[in-house]
Design a protein around this ligand. Structure first.
Ligand code: NAP
Length: 272
């Protein structure tokens, strides 16, 4: 019996149970993926869950908001990617050590490569946990990156981790002259149920010929993506990244590689 799960709060809209349930079934494995709603202040509960990985009661754990950073103090080590990003989304036991990894970064890179193989310049909207993974990836492949956040101090803190990354305020005024080949939304603005909201400043035209990558996966077509397509730009949702990061975590935990189409089908059934 393979026991997997997700720690975070809130969790009721998570697609991970559908993804990993489908993966277990497709690989013919007997197992379960459970939700562990743990509020921000309850670090003791988080620590107890990590102990379950150490004892083998749990075979793998995903970690999401608000624990991607605070989980690190319970771990024996981090992969180089998790260390550089400063956030963990996947925990597993290797050679008796509880390790933290970040599959958001390779998940984003794999999906990006299919959409836009070699971006030269990008603007990342938002400066939270997902922005760190995205910025790390873009920076690693030699793309010139600007991070735009409504709290410019948060953008400065993120940019400070990666040499040459430029912070800016996410506003019409500050971004008037900004140009880039790729725009990546890492804010939750436009997520279900507030689907009419947009992270791109009102009244600001998109840079000419830019491509838009929205990390949001529910809905699969955000207002930002609709605007971009209406302006004749290429645009893609975060469903591919979601599938990739889940498949990579599943492989770490079980050693099984799962077909991406199985995972795509599972979220289409839930999220449309
Ligand atoms: P997070 O750590 O809370 O960061 C969110 C960022 O968005 C912060 O910079 C936040 O700024 C900013 N933000 C929030 N509301 C805003 C608003 N109204 N206007 C402008 N900026 C705003 O969250 P996260 O973990 O990075 O996740 C962000 C999004 O990415 C979520 O929708 C998540 O589902 C998605 N995601 C998708 C995948 C995937 O596989 N497709 C993977 C990871 C995350 P403040 O701090 O000022 O609020």
């Amino acid at each position: 019996m393979i026991r997997l799960g997700l720690a975070g709060y809130p969790l009721q809209h998570s697609l991970s149970p559908a993804l990993h349930g489908a993966a277990l079934q497709a690989c013919g494995l007997d197992g379960a993926y459970s939700l562990y709603p743990i509020q921000a202040g309850d670090t003791e509960a988080l620590g107890r869950l990590i102990e379950c990985i150490r004892t083998g009661e749990l075979n793998g754990l995903n970690v999401t908001i608000p624990h991607k950073q605070r989980v690190m103090k319970f771990l024996d080590g981090l992969t180089p990617a998790a260390h550089a990003i400063g956030a963990v989304n996947t925990v597993h036991l290797k050679d008796g050590r509880v390790l933290g990894d970040n599959t958001d970064a390779p998940g984003f890179l794999t999906d990006l490569r299919a959409f836009f193989p070699n971006p030269r310049s990008a603007i990342v909207l938002g400066a939270g946990g997902a922005a760190r993974a995205v910025t790390y990836v873009l920076w690693s492949i030699g793309c010139k990156v600007a991070v735009a956040a409504r709290r410019v101090q948060q953008a400065r803190e993120l940019a400070g981790r990666f040499a040459g990354v430029k912070p800016m305020e996410l506003s019409l005024q500050a971004m008037r002259d900004a140009s880039a080949g790729l725009i990546v939304n890492t804010t939750p603005v436009g997520t279900f149920p507030a689907v009419e909201n947009r992270p791109w400043p009102d009244g600001l035209p998109f840079p000419e010929n830019a491509a838009i990558y929205d990390l949001i996966y529910n809905p699969s077509e955000t207002a930002l993506l609709k605007d971009a397509r209406a302006a004749g730009l290429r645009a893609i949702s975060g469903q591919g990244m979601l599938v990739e990061q889940a498949a990579l975590a599943f492989e770490l935990w079980t050693g099984h590689r799962v077909g991406r189409e199985v995972l795509i089908d599972s979220i289409r059934q839930v999220a449309g």
